[in-house]
Write a new protein. Structure first.
Length: 125
């Protein structure tokens, strides 16, 4: 799995769907299945789920919360029944619209500017 640079997370606005794709698992006895789980803040959102031999999953009807970071872990199972170490990738859900900061600028005419600053002071230039 490839992911964003260290310390950064991918972001999505959809709060009900999580999709993941992975690669680079290899085993001489063949990979027989993959499993994934989803966590957020140490809480399990989706328990380990069998993805068969697919290298992708799509989990719908979730209730993801805006501002939360969700981490998906994936591991492979080989022909001998042994489980690999997990790999993971994280994303942040950003489903809320941007907040209004209170900063407003308006050009009244070509000689003046009206500005409302965060602390509600008025300034005419």
């Amino acid at each position: 799995m490839s992911g964003p640079l260290s310390g950064q997370f991918s972001a999505q606005s959809n709060s009900s769907l999580l999709q993941m794709e992975w690669n680079n698992f290899e085993d001489p006895s063949e990979i027989t299945s993959f499993s994934y789980r989803i966590q957020s803040n140490g809480d399990i959102v989706v328990e380990w789920t069998d993805a068969d031999r697919k290298d992708t999953f799509s989990n719908e009807h979730l209730e993801l919360k805006s501002g939360q970071i969700y981490t998906t872990e994936v591991h492979a199972v080989n022909g001998g029944g042994f489980t690999s170490s997990s790999v993971n990738s994280s994303l942040i859900v950003a489903s809320d619209p941007p907040a209004l900061t209170g900063v407003f600028y308006q050009i009244l005419n070509s000689n003046s500017i009206f500005a409302v600053i965060k602390n509600s002071q008025h300034l005419v230039v």
